[in-house]
Design a protein around this ligand. Structure first.
Ligand SMILES: [Zn+2]
Length: 386
């Protein structure tokens, strides 16, 4: 049998990322002016955190995060097996299982936008070996310290679990920026088939910076990125009730309660958390296509609901997006003590700590509630039979 190549049926342009980047570049869809790491880029609040003199492009200032192998994960679990998480009360966790909202009612967190602690460097800005998610370790640690102080009274988080939650949230916010760039890239490829390549992504960034579309939640991409991170936490807490679920729920409620303290766009995330995500996605698609009102004439909501921007539209999956920890060796050591497996932490909220003690407490409480209910039903049934 002849192969697709022999039959001339194999695409001359393949599906690999390297080929794509070359294609984008050779069709004028990238910004080669090299301005991306200048702190003056206002679309990048994270960049201003880094001193003017520090070029993020320097390979020495970033450390790639790679997924751990199975035996490495096993060794980690073994190492942390005996560590008891400080600052958490099983009773407080149990209360959060029942009503996470009430558990964080008294909390007053100083919220920082995710982009103050991390940023996404798009691949539409060569050089291509620089793209990815940059996690700024010092701002992350400082933010974490502040939250720890402000929430210690709740007894819901240990320093380790809170850092994992912050990291997961921040990474997922930045990952949404990758989804947007992936979506724009898909549209750029499809539009190019019609003969006129259009730099949709670069146009979108410029329009967003100028707030050209006058959207009340501009920059809409930031509102959606916050909502995406919130929803990603929701997926984690869908697994069986236990310590992790309770921590996630409490953290999620705390985050949503404090969005209002963030800059425009970011603070409007509540419109797009949960089901509103599709509506926001449709509006964003309209903006990407330079037709902000298009969702009223064309069923963009269908695309937003089923195709993009969603996890399916990502050109690289979460564990594979190049991700860099930016910080001094001392900062990285502090960070690693709290988060020994960063890739697993930000993609799946994995932590190596043994939380059996808390899980068992919650399980026991649940069994008690169930027994009480059963007893009540039995009493009622007896009463009805009499
Ligand atoms: Zn952002």
């Amino acid at each position: 049998m002849r192969t697709l190549i022999e039959l001339g049926l194999r695409p001359a342009l393949g599906g690999d990322l390297g080929g794509l980047l070359h294609w984008l570049n050779s069709h004028g869809l990238t910004n080669t002016a090299g301005v991306f790491d200048q702190p003056s880029d206002q679309a990048l609040p994270g960049a201003s955190i880094v001193d003017k003199g520090v070029a993020l492009a320097q390979a020495t200032s970033r450390n790639p995060v790679r997924p751990l192998k199975q035996d490495e994960l096993k060794a980690l679990r073994e190492r942390f097996k005996g560590l008891s998480l400080e600052g958490i009360s099983p009773e407080a966790m149990w209360a959060a299982v029942g009503n996470a909202e009430a558990s964080v009612r008294t909390l007053a967190w100083d919220r920082s936008p995710a982009d103050a602690m991390a940023f996404y460097r798009p691949f539409h800005f060569p050089p291509f070996d620089q793209w990815g998610i940059y996690l700024l370790v010092d701002p992350l640690l400082r933010y974490h310290r502040g939250l720890m102080q402000q929430s210690s009274g709740l007894r819901l988080f240990s320093p380790e679990t809170l850092m994992h939650l912050v990291l997961f949230e921040v990474f997922n916010h930045e990952f949404f920026h990758h989804l947007v760039e992936s979506t724009a890239t898909t549209l750029e490829i499809l539009l190019a088939t019609q003969g006129i390549p259009q730099p949709l992504y670069l146009q979108h960034r410029a329009a967003q910076m100028r707030n050209s579309f006058g959207h009340p939640h501009a920059p809409l991409e930031e509102a959606l990125a916050n909502a995406y991170a919130y929803n990603a936490l929701g997926f984690i807490s869908r697994v069986k009730t236990g310590f992790k679920t309770a921590s996630v729920k409490a953290y999620q409620k705390a985050v949503a309660k404090h969005w209002g303290k963030e800059p425009p766009g970011y603070r409007d995330a509540h419109f797009y958390a949960g089901a509103g995500y599709v509506d926001g996605g449709a509006a964003l698609l309209g903006e990407l296509l330079q037709k902000p009102g298009a969702m009223n004439d064309v069923p963009l909501a269908v695309v937003a609901k089923h195709v993009m921007p969603s996890g399916f539209s990502a050109l690289l999956a979460k564990p594979d997006v190049p991700t860099w920890l930016v910080g001094s060796p001392a900062e990285l050591a502090l960070f690693n003590a709290l988060v020994p497996a960063p890739n697993e932490a930000y993609t799946q909220l994995f932590w190596p700590y043994n939380t059996d003690k808390f899980d068992q407490f919650i399980e026991q409480k649940q069994a008690e509630v169930k027994a009480k209910k059963a007893a009540l039903l039995a009493t009622r049934a007896q009463g009805a039979a009499r």
